[in-house]
Design a protein around this ligand. Sequence first.
Ligand code: HEC
Length: 146
Amino acid sequence: MHMLRSSLVAAVVIATSAGAAWALDGGDAAKGEQVFKQCMTCHRIGPEAKNAVGPVLTGVVGRPTGTYPGFAYSDLNRHAGEAGLVWTDDNIFEYLVDPSAFLKKFLTEKGKADQATGSTKMVFKLANEQQRKDVIAYLKTFSEKK
Ligand code: HEC
């Protein structure tokens, strides 16, 4: 009986801390710099950054979606920005799991289901929760908005 009770307590503690992990804190920018090496296949960041396969990510947190000068965005990405999507730490956290699905959901919720078609040019997905937190902490070191 005692054993059973303590394992129940342990299960509740685990469930609670897993829930709390969804608030976007606990990102480590130094670890995020390592995660960003995967992004560098397509993106550059920093004061000298230039567009590559993907747009420059300097200042991306706080920037309206699809607006970095000189980058040819997909319609899906551009339309999301026109409908009011501004990048924040929270929404990049969701976006990285499945970029096209995230942008389509946003446009549909804005009543623009007709624009929620096609796909973004960002074919990369990052499922790992801690890696997403870390890479966003790193992105924020290059953004005015924290
Ligand atoms: C295989 C190439 C590729 C990789 C790897 C990649 N991206 Fe992208 N990313 C793109 C492209 C291309 C776009 C433009 C999407 C469009 O126009 O539909 C983009 C767009 C974005 C945007 C939206 C930018 C804006 O101005 O609206 C963010 C944020 C982003 N990527 C973050 C990341 C992060 C963080 C990583 C690494 C964890 C990453 N990307 C990895 C290709 C990539």
